[in-house]
Design a protein around this ligand. Structure first.
Ligand code: 8YV
Length: 328
């Protein structure tokens, strides 16, 4: 007798090729209009699903996890960060969590580098000037930004993405500094000519550009709090393509407004999709809608990983991207 296919609920629209394969392999419920699910809808979803495929926009909290049907044993998240999932409760309930690491490293590093270039060189300000019709021609002193070459870049979180940023940044003449839970092996430090700072405070006070590339965990929530942000030099820039929660957004906004730091490039926000409205008023800030990994190739690779994680799990094996305790 043919085996019943597992019910897989996908909370957001995914690339067509992924949705099609998902339909072929499983009894898949798609979200055709792509509207983010409310907590109530997520609860309804986990009541019927054997596997849930959420994204960063779904809050898989105790309220949702306490309503899962007994057959739901896998949450195969579409994304690398797992801070939207209550991992401890999931674990207690015997639910395996998988994510999609590795495949969005280069895209996210590209976007980080783009912001590292764009903020000091005032790219979006220049673009706005062109579109305003108020450009009256070249002048020796107009649109002056700051040089990238020769500056110090401090990377917070030297995992896959942090290292990919470092590789790009070296080619632009930046010197690499980093703070990480663990120091990198000697051979990576030498390859990147990277200087390790055990003290984040000491590193922050000496950098020209700071890039946030660590995951959001209980240990990194507001890692850049008001006290630490105040250590930054007035000519320094902050770039965040990781998670908004790692930076105290209000404190950062205050520093920017008061000219205590030179600018910021933000792809992520503390209360997405809400953004501190005062940030919108500032010219020295580039704001992006959480698009660091938004390439079609990346999204397909992420979807492939989700498919493989579900398939291996259902076939009784350990899925390749099981989120382990050590990642917390
Ligand atoms: C994804 C991300 O777009 O994977 C992550 O952790 O932050 C993003 O780049 C999003 O999370 C998909 O769920």
């Amino acid at each position: 007798m043919p085996q019943k296919k597992p019910v897989v609920v996908v909370t957001r629209r995914l690339p067509d090729v992924i949705e099609t394969r998902m339909m072929e392999l499983f009894d898949t419920k798609l979200n055709h209009d792509d509207t983010p699910m409310s907590q109530g809808q997520l609860i309804e979803a986990v009541k019927q699903a054997d596997v849930l495929v959420p994204t960063v926009t779904d809050k898989i909290d105790l309220g949702v996890l306490s309503q899962t049907n007994p057959n739901l044993k896998l949450i195969a998240s579409f994304g690398t960060g797992v801070d939207h999932i209550d991992l401890a409760t999931a674990r207690q309930r015997g639910i395996t969590i998988t994510n999609t690491p590795g495949v969005l490293t280069e895209d996210t590093a590209d976007m980080t580098m783009a912001l590292i270039m764009a903020v000091p060189r005032r790219l979006t300000e220049g673009e706005r000037l062109m579109r305003s019709g108020n450009w009256h021609g070249w002048s020796p002193t107009s649109m002056l930004g700051h040089r990238i070459w020769g500056k110090r870049l401090g990377i917070i979180g030297m995992g896959r993405i942090g290292q990919a940023v470092a590789r790009r940044a070296r080619a632009f003449g930046l010197s690499i500094h980093y703070h990480n839970r663990n120091r990198l092996p000697d051979y990576i430090e030498s390859e990147l000519e990277a200087t390790y700072w055990e003290s984040l405070d000491q590193m922050l006070a000496r950098m020209d550009i700071v890039s946030v590339n660590c995951p959001h965990t209980p240990a990194t929530f507001h890692l850049l709090n008001a006290r630490r942000l105040a250590l930054l030099q007035p000519n320094s820039y902050v770039v965040n393509t990781s998670r908004g929660e790692v930076v105290d957004e209000n404190a950062l906004t205050r520093l920017l407004r008061n000219g205590k730091i030179a600018g910021a490039g933000l792809d992520v926000f503390e209360h997405e999709p809400a953004v501190n409205p005062r940030l919108l008023e500032l010219d020295n800030v580039i704001l992006l809608p959480h698009m660091g990994s938004a390439t079609i190739e990346g999204r397909i690779d992420m979807g492939e990983k989700v498919l493989i994680n579900i398939k291996t799990f259902i076939d009784g094996h350990t899925p390749p991207d099981r989120v382990l305790q050590a990642m917390l």
